[in-house]
Design a protein around this ligand. Structure first.
Ligand SMILES: CC(C)(COP(=O)(O)OP(=O)(O)OC[C@H]1O[C@@H](n2cnc3c(N)ncnc32)[C@H](O)[C@@H]1OP(=O)(O)O)[C@@H](O)C(=O)NCCC(=O)NCCS
Length: 128
């Protein structure tokens, strides 16, 4: 998560909150965490949320986080993680996979295009 510029916990209370979020993910049938391991170390992570859409019979696979550890990027790990997600999406009978990528992440956009994803929407947000 830190590799993805996610904020680090500022204190022990926040560490607890993040740990709880991860264990909740494992307990929730509508969520998955996929990891890539090398020499027993986690070197890549994809998180998944299955979203029920009111206008679709099938579920949507949403990937909020995808990160490969910096020194191992461009060695095929991200592609393998996403291939696994694609297989899982078929098994779970999802109609599509969706994810967001900030405008500044130009390199990631090339990655997504190289594995067959297309830019199909604009993303609007407002901090509250
Ligand atoms: C984006 C990210 C997950 C890609 O994972 P990766 O392991 O580095 O990518 P891979 O090595 O599996 O690359 C797969 C394909 O994408 C292409 N690709 C990957 N990074 C690329 C880049 N920076 N520029 C151009 N193409 C790229 C590769 O050429 C490769 O194509 P090929 O199979 O034809 O050779 C990884 O770079 C990362 O963690 N980046 C920082 C976090 C991030 O931006 N996450 C996405 C948030 S939206």
């Amino acid at each position: 998560m830190y590799d993805l510029d996610r904020p680090r916990p500022l204190n022990d209370d926040q560490v607890k909150i993040f740990k709880t979020k991860i264990s909740d993910y494992f307990l929730d049938s509508q969520k998955n965490i996929i990891v890539a391991q090398q020499d027993k170390k986690i070197v890549g992570v994809a998180s998944i949320i299955y979203l029920q859409r009111l206008n679709r019979v099938k579920t949507e696979m949403y990937i909020p986080e995808l990160i490969v550890t910096e020194k191992l990027r461009c060695s095929g790990i991200g592609k393998r993680l996403m291939q696994y997600c694609m297989e899982l999406a078929k098994k779970k009978n999802c109609y599509r996979i969706r994810l967001e990528s900030g405008n500044s992440r130009k390199e990631s956009h090339k990655f997504y295009k190289s594995i067959g994803f297309e830019q199909s929407a604009q993303f609007f947000s407002k901090y509250v």
